[in-house]
Write a protein that binds this ligand. Structure first.
Ligand SMILES: Cc1ncc(COP(=O)(O)O)c(C=O)c1O
Ligand SMILES: N[C@@H](CCOP(=O)(O)O)C(=O)O
Length: 465
């Protein structure tokens, strides 16, 4: 399998190259040259497989010959062996046609673990025997990517991780899960700005020729293709348990950076009968405006009780626009360049209409979120996190007549105040997070400028050898 950039001007890479590169050198994102497909029989055959075997079957075409099937299985066994539930991502029924797919049984209690536990191992595997020097991971987080990425790479040789989070805009549990990990290769930075600013700084470091020549940069955000690849698996895992390929299934996905829902789009492209993907946003609704009215224009981020979705520039939307726009890298580079200059863009007809064949969107406010939390509690005795509630509220607004799976992206105990406000319930942290509130925190706070952040990293990272 070869990987091409959405902006058409970066070298084509294999899976190993795309994983280590993270972002393409032309500022675009890597995508497979063509979508691999699974036949109906192959999809039906997944129904009896474990999570690990499903992961191997779904990911093998993307990995190509960079790993043998046995190597891939070994990495998946190691990654998913750390999950606290035997099914890795169990399904729960809420009522006749509403389901929850619990993605938070990994070490840091959010869906990010599903991909990042594997990505940490892939980095280690691909760096073995390679003489190009240490990897400098720079990432931006609105809460969950940071802790999952840090857990996945803390203490690994040949890797330094610099994680930027917006100061004061992540939950206390999220912050502590990052800042209490005391490994010498982990560097936490709180920036005086929002998540979009942090993400823009990360991209600017990749795009700065001098900085990226000096340091071997890589990404743990969903701009890294390997992240999305690992997330495609659970769409298959859930759908076959609900009757696919004989029966269509819909998914409702709480969305910020458009990574998780794009993984669902990829599953559909691979042949999974997905009736609909519901793109659920909070009031930071750039994606809802783009999908409903073709207007992708970035507004100021409003802090909400769903901080991980407080995003107004959704990186992976570029992958969708590329795929729906005829995979024309030159045209997309122009379109994205326009957006970067003005923070506004119109979707073309092909992009807007193409998106409508797969995706429906909804923006859910604080009341809608709280109502969904109460509904889950009263009707199904389930305490859900606020992000999951945004997607459940969006799912319940649809008339789909097929099983509808809401992705439960975080454990409710990551957001105890919001849970208690909406339901009166207290959400307890599982034992596996240990003494989070007793551990000492370490992080530095910086201005949200390229100079402040790149100087900080340059003073601590290992330059290319
Ligand atoms: C709990 C939670 N839900 C939903 C999202 C949104 O996912 P994505 O950015 O892939 O759209 C995030 C952050 O990524 C998250 O941490
Ligand atoms: N909500 C995210 C933001 C970054 O998203 P990513 O999926 O691109 O890493 C977070 O939890 O940090």
């Amino acid at each position: 399998m070869r990987y091409i950039s959405t902006r058409g001007a970066a070298p084509t890479l294999d899976f190993r190259g795309a994983t280590l590169a993270g972002l393409a050198s032309d500022g675009g994102l890597y995508v497979p040259e063509a979508w691999p497909t699974l036949s109906r029989d192959e999809i039906a055959g997944l129904a009896n497989l474990s999570y690990v075997d499903t992961a191997v079957a779904v990911m093998a075409p993307f990995v190509g010959d960079t790993l043998t099937r046995d190597e891939l299985r070994g990495l998946c066994e190691q990654a998913y062996g750390r999950f606290a539930h035997a099914a890795v991502t169990p399904l729960k029924q809420l009522d006749h046609d509403q389901w929850l797919l619990e993605l938070f049984h990994g070490p840091t209690l959010a869906f990010k673990d599903v991909a990042l536990q594997l990505l940490g191992l892939l980095f280690e595997r691909f760096l073995t025997g390679d003489n190009e020097g240490s990897l400098t991971i720079v990432g931006a987080t609105s809460g969950d990517t940071g802790s999952a990425a840090i857990d996945a790479v803390a203490g690994r040789a040949g890797i330094d991780i610099f994680m930027l989070h917006p100061a004061g805009r992540v939950s206390e549990v999220q912050r502590r899960q990052m800042t209490t990990v005391r490994a010498p290769n982990v560097h936490n930075i709180a920036i005086r700005g929002d998540f979009d600013t942090a993400q823009a700084l990360v991209k600017a470091m990749f795009n700065d020729a001098g900085f990226s020549r000096r340091f071997r940069l890589s990404a743990v955000n969903s701009i890294n293709w390997a992240r999305l690849m690992a997330q495609v698996v659970y769409y298959f895992y859930a759908a076959v348990r609900l009757g696919a390929p004989e029966r269509e299934v819909a998914f409702s996905v709480p969305t910020g950076n458009f990574g998780d829902v794009f993984a669902g789009y990829v599953a559909a492209k691979m042949g999974l009968p997905v009736a609909r993907l519901v793109v659920a946003t909070n009031v930071n609704d750039i994606l809802h405006r783009a999908l409903s009215a073709g207007d992708y224009s970035s507004a100021t981020v409003v802090p909400t009780a769903t901080p991980s979705m407080d995003i107004q520039v959704s990186s992976n939307f570029e992958r969708l626009l590329f795929d729906l726009g005829g995979r024309d890298g030159v045209a997309l580079a122009g379109q994205m360049g326009g957006f970067e200059a003005s923070r506004a863009m119109r979707l073309t007809n092909a992009q807007h209409e193409g998106a409508a064949t797969h995706l429906t969107s909804a923006s859910v406010d604080a009341d809608g979120m709280a109502m969904a939390m109460r509904w889950a509690q009263e009707h199904a005795n389930e305490v859900i996190d606020p992000h999951t509630a945004i997607a459940l509220a969006a799912a319940r607004r649809q008339t789909l007549n097929v099983p509808t799976v809401t992705l439960a992206t975080a454990h409710p105990a990551k957001f105890p105040e919001a849970v208690e406000r909406a339901t009166g319930m207290s959400a307890r942290l599982p034992k596996r997070v240990g003494d989070l509130f007793e551990r000492e925190e370490a992080f530095d706070t910086l201005d949200a400028t390229f100079a402040a952040v790149s100087d900080y990293i340059a003073a601590r990272a290992t330059p290319r050898s």
